[in-house]
Design a protein around this ligand. Structure first.
Ligand code: ZN
Length: 239
């Protein structure tokens, strides 16, 4: 997807949420649960960027709930403003929430102030909705630099399977791309702002579910592999 366009339009109306909502930023409890979690296999993490979308994300949440699947959502500030109730629902239903910047901007090359505005700014908005918690970063387009890792204050989550769902909206192609190559511990990139991506995701859960695959959040994926998310570390797949 072009780096201008959709988000420029969507975000033009963005009010600087972070500026008007001054929630205190407390200690981030990077409190990884130090409990023994038995290692498991045939695990996948579905991740959805750029939402929430008022309609399509609601359909996705219904479908995930009906299938007992968990996912991770990397949210954009101007979309959060459109559907804050869906963010609360994600948290209530056991999904993981992360940040994808306030305005869907490339974070490489930003000043510290602008980076914090985009990343911490969105975190503060989300704390107001779902309480303070660890909110991992996924940089838009997966583009970052050394400062991104230095300033993220969380693990940085990329992906290992990318069906480029935004390209043609072809559900069958997206499903085949994913099911044809998944390996244990993969992290799958999708976008819940497209109805075709939502449909594809649910078909993937159904199809792979029949083969014994389970869908967990990225944090759970790390736990089930005996690892914890480290601040400033980049993760793609978790083997
Ligand atoms: Zn994005």
């Amino acid at each position: 997807m072009g780096r201008t366009g959709r988000f420029t339009v969507l975000c033009l109306m963005l009010t600087l949420l972070a500026a008007v909502r001054a929630y205190p930023v407390g200690e981030q409890s990077s409190a990884d649960l130090q409990v023994e979690v038995p290692r498991q296999e045939k695990l996948l993490a579905l991740t959805f960027d750029d939402g929430p979308h008022p309609e399509h994300t609601a359909v996705l949440l219904d479908g995930l709930r009906d299938r007992g699947a968990k996912a991770t959502f990397f949210l954009v500030g101007c979309q959060v403003e459109l559907a804050p109730e869906l963010v609360e629902r994600m948290a209530a239903e056991g999904h993981q929430i992360g940040v994808h910047t306030l305005d869907h901007v490339q974070v490489n090359g930003l000043s510290r102030k602008d980076f914090d505005g985009q990343v911490e700014g969105l975190r503060r908005v989300l704390y107001g909705l779902i309480g303070e918690r660890d909110l991992w970063l996924r940089p838009p387009y997966g583009i970052m630099d050394d400062n991104t890792l230095r300033w993220a204050d969380s693990p940085v989550m990329l992906w290992s399977v990318d069906p480029e769902d935004w390209k043609d909206g072809n559900v069958k192609r997206i499903v085949d791309h994913i099911t044809g190559q998944v390996r244990d511990g993969d992290v799958i990139l999708l976008h819940d702002i497209y109805p075709t991506s939502v449909e594809a995701a649910l078909q993937v859960v159904d199809k792979l579910g029949e083969e014994g695959w389970r869908f967990v959040t990225v944090e759970q994926l790390l736990q089930y592999k005996g690892r914890t998310g480290e601040v400033g570390q980049v993760y793609r797949a978790v083997r």
